[in-house]
Design a protein around this ligand. Structure first.
Ligand code: ZN
Length: 137
């Protein structure tokens, strides 16, 4: 694993919560986009050494909507930056880790992402996240 890339936080409304991050905490919003495949709208906040990913459900459906209903707003996942994501997935599986995604899918910002099963990670939802520009690191 490389460093932590971002922390995912489930929110009811990006619009409603954004002033907390930008005005009260004084952080910058880098981008807002929709990831239709995962039924979320995503905002990335620049917290300097790490990003904060705000996840808002689209049309009140999908995994984030289900999470909010069950647990309310709060930390949803922690994402490690990785290279060669498929190899990392295979490696983790070999070590007995259960994966939600056995092959990577497209996430926000064009990254390739895959989630570990929280039952294999002692209750934490971890994401592996590979970005094109991490290639040279
Ligand atoms: Zn994420």
């Amino acid at each position: 694993m490389n460093k932590v890339d971002h922390i995912g936080i489930a929110v009811q409304s990006i619009e409603a919560i954004l002033p907390f991050y930008t005005e009260q905490l004084g952080l910058k919003c880098m981008a807002i986009e929709e990831v239709a495949a995962q039924q979320v709208r995503v905002a990335f906040i620049d917290a300097h050494n790490v990003k904060i990913e705000l996840l808002e459900p689209l049309r009140n459906a999908g995994p984030i909507a289900a999470f909010l209903e069950k647990r309310g707003e709060g930390i949803h996942h922690i994402a490690f930056g990785v290279r060669s994501i498929q190899e990392r997935i295979n490696d983790l599986k070999e070590k007995g880790i259960r994966m939600i995604d056995e092959s990577p899918r497209r996430g926000a910002g064009g990254a390739l992402v895959a989630f570990m099963h929280p039952k294999s990670a002692h209750g934490v939802l971890y994401e592996l996240c590979e970005k094109e520009e991490q290639g040279e690191k």
